[in-house]
Design a binder for this molecule. Structure first.
Ligand code: C2E
Ligand code: MG
Ligand code: MG
Length: 607
């Protein structure tokens, strides 16, 4: 028998002292050391109480069937049955006949012995019962661990489920869950739930609080705002946090209340509240956008209505914040946004398929009338025959982070175009527009280098046009990048010169070869004296700095005469030719013919 079982407490509950001593003598011989005696029932309980907190130390009880003050069968039942670490085996002595059947008062952990006691039999029973008890004890412990584990796991599961559906900070529904709840409502009400509305709430200048006071304070503000709004809402209104400081409320019975008044009530509640942190007190405002569900506004997906309410909120912000704004599809920014939504997948597809193409517009030397080079201008095929122009899709591509890919595509396509030109045209060079963020792309330089090496196109035939925005992020980084690309042999032009506030500063800083005077100064040149003065000063400064000047938007022959007088070197515009997918005329170095035709028409002598 295992040694540790020998230390278990064995209670000999026997009022016959001689018998008690005899039993004790035998079990001591068997190796048991911890023997207690009880002459009646109450003594048994007294001993048991000592081990209540250490049930594993208890062994078993050998009890006389007729022990005084003891309902033996009752005691056996309560102490030896059930699944607990407190169950104790009993050996009942003094029975007349051993019953081997399981009756109600003889449980699995009970055994009976007759008198006179057969001690070798008793010793077997003791061993067996102690082993059984120990087994049960272990099983119980494992079960307990398992139950605890399960309970814990259930809590974790429930917590996870809750977290998946809710925002941890505010305990509001999160976007995903909010959308699925909305979807259910939309389905339930057969696509349209009349008189329902969605509010989109955005905290004005929230990032300022975050920056000034730290994220913890920002979190506290969010919690405060949620509890303020909660006070106005009814329990059933869906309330969700769908962005860092963006909340949505779905009001199903909006017909019963004036929704704008209700939104204003929320706005006012926040406006009246003062948010205090340490010794500063902030007044907080929110902008609220409303999208209504009605027969004119058919909604098939929850994200649509959220997007409408968000656009309305955006309008509220644009119009001064701390406002409630209702979605109206005729708002200009709403239309712009819808256009963005329409263009985004087109741009993505255009990059994958062959939907982008380049048009080439000549840049003419105003002194010789010869084409100096062509500017490559990107276009995108829209749905059907529609052509989308860069002013429309480049800003969208920038917002989507696709602009670097477009820059790389244009570079590759334009250089390929040069490489494929027949030998007699290998004097032709190209100007490529780079986006404002092109220099933040580490792949730009190696891509240009690799393409030039692969195609054997002379780097001198490439001019990159950059705008002032290119340098806004980092003057120094842009300057260094220009130097590196120039080291390959490429040239640079400062595009849209004069359109920004710091054009002259950029001109001073960046090593460019050309200055392209923005079209707004050229278009009305013949009729605007101020433009003439401005263009003259730009031309003077550029020439002093050793840069060539290009005038954009040259639309009339008259303009050319003035540009020449003002000392501008090159011209580009519809007068010389619109952007086209094929190069100008057959072998056109000179477009003098075109000028002459116009010259005859306008009776102006140019060259
Ligand atoms: P930009 O580089 O200043 O290009 C000149 C724009 O003026 C072109 O518009 C051109 O078609 C237009 N234009 C040329 N001559 C005249 C004229 O006489 N009158 C008028 N009214 N317009 C004239 P486009 O092609 O729509 O390009 C607009 C802008 O989009 C470009 O301005 C450039 O900033 C950008 N862009 C064009 N192609 C690319 C490109 O491949 N990559 C990048 N990143 N931007 C490009
Ligand atoms: Mg350009
Ligand atoms: Mg320009």
């Amino acid at each position: 028998m295992d040694e540790f079982l020998k230390n278990k407490v064995i209670i000999i509950a026997e009022n016959d002292d001689t018998l008690a001593t005899e039993i004790s003598f035998h079990i001591k011989k068997q190796g048991f050391t911890n023997i207690k005696f009880a002459k009646d029932g109450s003594k048994i309980y007294e001993i048991l109480r000592l081990y209540y907190n250490e049930p594993e130390k208890m062994g078993l009880i050998i009890v006389n069937k007729n022990l005084p003050q003891c309902q033996v069968s009752e005691m056996c039942k309560t102490l030896s049955e059930g699944e607990s670490d407190h169950t104790i085996p009993f050996i009942i002595t003094g029975v007349e006949k051993v019953s081997y059947h399981h009756t109600t008062d003889i449980s699995f952990l009970n055994r009976q012995v007759t008198l006179p006691i057969n001690y070798s039999e008793l010793s077997l029973i003791i061993d067996f019962l102690l082993m059984m008890k120990h087994e049960r004890f272990l099983r119980f412990q494992q079960q307990e661990v398992l139950i605890n584990e399960l309970a814990e796991r259930k809590v974790v599961d429930a917590k996870l489920k809750y977290l998946v559906a809710h925002d941890e900070l505010t305990s509001l529904l999160n976007r995903q869950n909010f959308e699925s709840q909305l979807r259910l409502i939309l389905n339930r009400n057969n696509l349209l739930t009349p008189h329902a509305a969605l509010l989109f709430i955005d905290i004005d200048h929230f990032s300022l609080i975050n920056e000034l006071e730290g994220f913890e304070t920002g979190d506290k503000l969010l919690i405060d705002i949620v509890s303020l709004i909660r006070q106005i809402l009814s329990r059933d209104d869906l309330f969700a946090r769908i962005g860092s400081d963006e909340f949505c409320i779905f009001l199903e019975n909006a017909s019963e209340i004036n929704i704008i008044q209700f939104a204003n009530k929320i706005r006012k509640k926040i406006y009246d509240f003062r948010f205090s942190t340490r010794d500063v007190s902030y007044s907080i405002t929110i902008s609220v956008g409303i999208a209504n569900f009605n027969s004119k506004n058919i909604i098939s997906h929850p994200s649509e209505i959220i997007s409408q309410a968000r656009q309305a909120c955006h309008m509220a912000k644009q119009n001064g914040r701390n406002l409630v704004w209702e979605y109206n599809e005729n708002d200009s920014s709403v239309q712009q946004r819808n256009r963005d939504i329409y263009l985004a997948p087109l741009i993505r597809n255009a990059l994958l398929g062959k939907k982008f193409f380049l048009a080439y517009q000549p840049v003419v030397n105003l002194n010789t009338g010869e084409i100096s080079h062509y500017e490559a201008l990107i276009r995108m095929k829209g749905e059907g025959v529609e052509i989308v122009y860069p002013n429309d899709f480049i800003p969208v591509a920038e917002r989507m982070g696709l602009i670097h890919s477009i820059d790389l595509w244009v570079i590759s396509e334009a250089i390929d175009f040069l490489a494929k030109l027949p030998a007699e045209k290998n004097h032709i060079s190209i100007a490529i527009n780079l986006s404002g963020v092109a220099f933040q792309d580490n792949l730009l330089l190696p891509a240009i280098k690799e393409k030039l090496e692969l195609t054997w196109v002379d780097a001198k035939r490439i001019t990159f046009e950059i705008t002032e925005t290119a340098a806004v992020e980092s003057f120094e980084q842009t300057r260094k990048m220009i130097m590196k690309i120039r080291a390959l042999g490429c040239k640079f032009a400062l595009d849209d010169f004069g359109a920004g506030f710091c054009s002259f500063n950029y001109l001073k800083t960046f090593p460019v070869d050309y200055v392209k005077i923005d079209g707004q100064f050229i278009r009305n040149l013949p009729h605007d004296e101020t433009d003439k003065v401005l263009v003259k000063s730009m031309a003077d400064i550029a020439s002093k700095l050793g840069k060539k000047t290009i005038a954009e938007f040259v639309e009339t022959a008259e303009t050319i005469v003035i540009l020449k007088e003002l000392g501008i070197d090159f011209g580009q515009g519809y007068f010389f030719g619109k952007p086209d997918t094929s190069l100008h005329a057959s072998n056109t170095i000179s477009i003098a013919e075109l000028i002459h035709t116009n010259q005859k028409k306008n009776k102006i002598s140019i060259f």
